[in-house]
Write a protein that binds this ligand. Structure first.
Ligand SMILES: [Zn+2]
Length: 71
């Protein structure tokens, strides 16, 4: 038996930004989805085990799905 170990980025959240933002990828102006995300070490690609980073705040474009990290 062997273990398949990888990393996966999980994100969650469904709040929208109050202010519309402009997407630098597709130029749409709309409220973006506020996401929190974290990279995990996974077993068999799906089972998150060890978090590899802290929680990151991101916004996601509702039009093209591009994600932007927020500082
Ligand atoms: Zn976009």
């Amino acid at each position: 038996m062997f273990l398949i170990i990888g990393t996966k980025f999980f994100s969650w959240g469904s709040d929208l930004t109050i202010q519309p933002m402009r997407c630098s990828q597709c130029n749409v102006v709309a409220p973006f989805k506020i996401l929190k995300g974290m990279r995990f070490l996974t077993l068999f690609f799906i089972i998150p085990t060890i978090p590899l980073s802290g929680v990151k705040n991101m916004v996601e474009c509702p039009n093209c799905g591009a994600k932007f990290l927020q500082s």
